[in-house]
Design a protein. Structure first.
Lengths: 219, 238
C-alpha cells in the first residue's frame, strides 16, 4: 500500500497541474499501477515464503558441508546459474552485439557476464568465511574498475555499467542476500549485520568488470 | 480511450519471469541431495516461488504498460516547455517516489531490520535510499537540460565515496553498496530512464540514449553515499 500510493499521487498531481498528458495515457498509467500494486503484494509474500528461507537455508548449510573448495564452487555455480537465465542479460547481449558490430557474440557476452557474477558471488561468500573487511574488496574492485575504464573503448563504458544493474534483478536480490546472511549467521565470530551484507554490492561489480575486460580485449 | 492496453504482452512477461526462475527451481529441487530439509520446507518454498512468479509477472507487466509510457511522455512535455528547470524538482520528486516503489529495496530493508534486530528499521533504509535517488535524479535532470558532462558529477561522487568509505563502519558500507546495486531495479530503471529519454528527445542537440542511460549510472551511486551518511548518524547515536 505505502509503496505505490506515493508515485500515483505525484503523477496525478502533476497531471492536474504542470504536466498535462492525454487522458488515455493517464488511464494507461492507472491500469499499470493496479498491476504493480497487486503484483508487489504477491511478490513480497512469495519472497518471504520461498526465496528468502531457501537462500538462508543453503547459506547456513553450505559452510558445514565438506571443504572450502566445495563452498566456493557451489557459490560460483549459483551466481552463474541465476544470471544466465535472467531475461535482462539477453537484452544486454543484443546491445553489445550491436556496439561491437557482431564481433562479440551473444553467447560470449552472456557467459562472460555470468562468470563475472559467479566469481564475485564466490569472492563475497569467501570473504564472510575468512573475515576479510569488505572495504578492501570494494576499494580493490572499484580501483580495478577505474583502471579498466581508462583502457576500455568509450562505447563499452555505459553498457558495462548497465550490465551491473542487469545482474541485480528482483529474483537475484532476495536469494543472494539471504545466502550471505545465512552463512554469516552460522559461523562463529560472524554476525549477519556485520558480515552478512555486501554480496549484491560486490556481485554487481562482476558483470561491469567482465564487460569492460571484453572491451579491452576486443579493442 | 479505446486503445488502453490491459493484458497485451502479459504472456511474454510471464515467460521471461518463468525463465529467470528456472535455475532457482532447479537449485531448490537439488538441495535435498545435499541438505536434510525441514519437514514441509520443499512444498512451502515451492508455494513461495509460485507467488513470486505471479507477483513479479504482474509487477513487471504493470511497469511496462503503465509506467514506461507515462514517464516518457511526461519527459517529452517537460522538455518542450519554456521553463525547463521545472524538470529538476519534478525529477527529484519522481526519483524519490519511484525508489519507494522498488521491490528489491523493500526486501533489502526488511533484511537489514531483521539482521540488526530492529535497530535499523526497514523504512529508515527505504527513505534514506529514496532521498539519495531523488537528489541525484534532480542533478541528472539538470545535467541533461544544461548539458553538464556526466563526469562532472560522477568524479566528485566517487571521490566523496572513497572519503566516506574510510569513516564508515563495515556493516553500513556493505549495506550501502548493496543499496546501490538493488535500487537499479525494474521500477526505478524503467521510470527514470523513460523520463530522461523523453526530455532528451524533446530537446535539440541531445542524444536520448547517452543522456538517458547516464542518469541510471548516477542513480546507482546516490544510495551508496546516502546510506554511508546514515551510518555516520548511527555511529554518533552509540
Amino acid at each position: 500500500m505505502s509503496a505505490v500510493v506515493p508515485i500515483m499521487t505525484v503523477v496525478i498531481v502533476l497531471q492536474l497541474t504542470l504536466v498535462k498528458t492525454p487522458p488515455a495515457v493517464i488511464g494507461q498509467f492507472l491500469v499499470g499501477a493496479v498491476f504493480v500494486f497487486v503484483g508487489l503484494f504477491f511478490f513480497l509474500y512469495g519472497v518471504n515464503l520461498g526465496l528468502l528461507p531457501m537462500g538462508h537455508l543453503i547459506g547456513t548449510e553450505l559452510p558445514t558441508k565438506g571443504s572450502i573448495v566445495f563452498f566456493v564452487l557451489v557459490s560460483f555455480i549459483l551466481g552463474v546459474a541465476v544470471t544466465v537465465a535472467d531475461p535482462d542479460v539477453m537484452v544486454l547481449a543484443n546491445q553489445v552485439a550491436t556496439v561491437s558490430d557482431g564481433e562479440i557474440s551473444r553467447l560470449v557476452l552472456i557467459l562472460v557476464v555470468a562468470c563475472g557474477m559467479g566469481f564475485f558471488v564466490a569472492v563475497a561468500m569467501l570473504r564472510i568465511v575468512l573475515g576479510v573487511p569488505i572495504q578492501y574488496l570494494l576499494a580493490g574492485g572499484y580501483g580495478l574498475l577505474l583502471i579498466l575504464a581508462l583502457f576500455a573503448p568509450p562505447s563499452y563504458i555505459p553498457i558495462s555499467f548497465d550490465s551491473g544493474a542487469v545482474a541485480t534483478g528482483p529474483l537475484i536480490v532476495p536469494f543472494v542476500l539471504s545466502l550471505g546472511l545465512g552463512t554469516a549467521s552460522v559461523l562463529q565470530g560472524r554476525s549477519p549485520l556485520k558480515d552478512g551484507f555486501g554480496l549484491m554490492g560486490l556481485a554487481s561489480l562482476g558483470p561491469i568488470l567482465a564487460v569492460m575486460l571484453l572491451g579491452v580485449i576486443y579493442a | 480511450m479505446s486503445d488502453i492496453k490491459v493484458f497485451a504482452g502479459l504472456g511474454r512477461t510471464a515467460m521471461e519471469v518463468l525463465q529467470a526462475l528456472i535455475p532457482l527451481i532447479i537449485a531448490l529441487l537439488l538441495t535435498p541431495r545435499f541438505i536434510e530439509l525441514p519437514q514441509g520446507f520443499l512444498s512451502k518454498t515451492l508455494k513461495g516461488l509460485l507467488f513470486t512468479f505471479i507477483g513479479l509477472t504482474l509487477l513487471l507487466h504493470g511497469i511496462n504498460v503503465g509506467f514506461f509510457p507515462v514517464g516518457q511522455l511526461m519527459g517529452e512535455i517537460i522538455g518542450s516547455q519554456d521553463n525547463r528547470w521545472i524538470a529538476i524538482p519534478i525529477g527529484a520528486l519522481l526519483g524519490f517516489v519511484a525508489a519507494i516503489a522498488e521491490p528489491g529495496l523493500r526486501v533489502l530493508g526488511s533484511q537489514v531490520e531483521e539482521a540488526s534486530s530492529g535497530a535499523v528499521r526497514q523504512n529508515v533504509i527505504l527513505y534514506t535510499v529514496a532521498i539519495g535517488v531523488g537528489v541525484i535524479v534532480g542533478l541528472g535532470m539538470a545535467r541533461i537540460i544544461y548539458g553538464i558532462p556526466l563526469l562532472y558529477i560522477v568524479i566528485p561522487g566517487y571521490v566523496l565515496l572513497i572519503i566516506l568509505l574510510r569513516f564508515t563502519e563495515s556493516s553500513f558500507s556493505a549495506i550501502a553498496f548493496d543499496s546501490g546495486a538493488v535500487v537499479t531495479g525494474p521500477m526505478v530503471v524503467t521510470f527514470i530512464l523513460s523520463l530522461g529519454v523523453g526530455i532528451a528527445t524533446a530537446m535539440e542537440n541531445r542524444d536520448p540514449v547517452t543522456d538517458g542511460f547516464g542518469t541510471i549510472a548516477l542513480v546507482a551511486l546516490a544510495p551508496i553515499l546516502s546510506v554511508m551518511l546514515l551510518g555516520q548518524i548511527y555511529k554518533n547515536k552509540d
